[in-house]
Design a protein around this ligand. Structure first.
Ligand code: FES
Length: 162
């Protein structure tokens, strides 16, 4: 059974999702709004939620999947509490993205696109995060930039995220 971060079971999540669907039914861009809110609620977009959304908004499940797979912000698999985005833009790549990624993989035991078994971290590769002067850089949870990274700093940085 699906459980959200606050401990709600699938029944409670379904009730809350139905309220969201009701709120956006018939509105332009309603599907994206509902998917965004559903992901905030559940943490990712499981199949049961996509089925409810399709039914509730009167669109095909195929259309829902098309939108979910088109936008990188949506995830069909559970994500960790903290998202580590590794910059693979040109400046970072030249200055060591490969080493940063290799170290993250060794420390966390996961590859890009995966989540640690304890649901603590998800690692993803992104394009330039706008901190080229700090290359190589990562950004955690979309707000904490860690730049001029040396591989040996990575375990200590990760310690800051429970
Ligand atoms: S290339 Fe990495 S921050 Fe710009």
């Amino acid at each position: 059974m699906a459980v959200c971060a606050c401990g709600c079971g699938e029944d409670e999540l379904t009730k809350q999702l139905d309220k969201i669907i009701d709120q956006y039914r018939g509105q332009p861009g309603g599907l994206i709004q509902v998917l965004t809110k559903a992901q905030e609620l559940i943490g990712y977009l499981p199949k049961w939620a996509l089925t409810s959304i399709a039914k509730g908004l009167g669109v095909s499940l195929q259309d829902v999947y098309s939108v979910v797979t088109f936008y990188a912000l949506f995830s069909l698999i559970p994500r960790g509490r903290h998202k580590i985005s590794v910059c693979a833009g040109t400046a970072c790549y030249v200055k060591g993205t490969k080493t940063v990624l290799k170290t993250l993989q060794e420390v966390l035991g996961i590859k890009p696109g995966q989540t640690t078994p304890d649901s603590r971290f998800t690692v993803e590769i992104v394009r330039c995060i706008g901190a080229c002067g700090l290359a190589p850089a990562i950004i955690i949870d979309g707000k904490d930039v860690h730049g001029r990274l040396e591989p040996e700093q990575i375990p200590e940085i990760l310690e800051q995220y429970a």
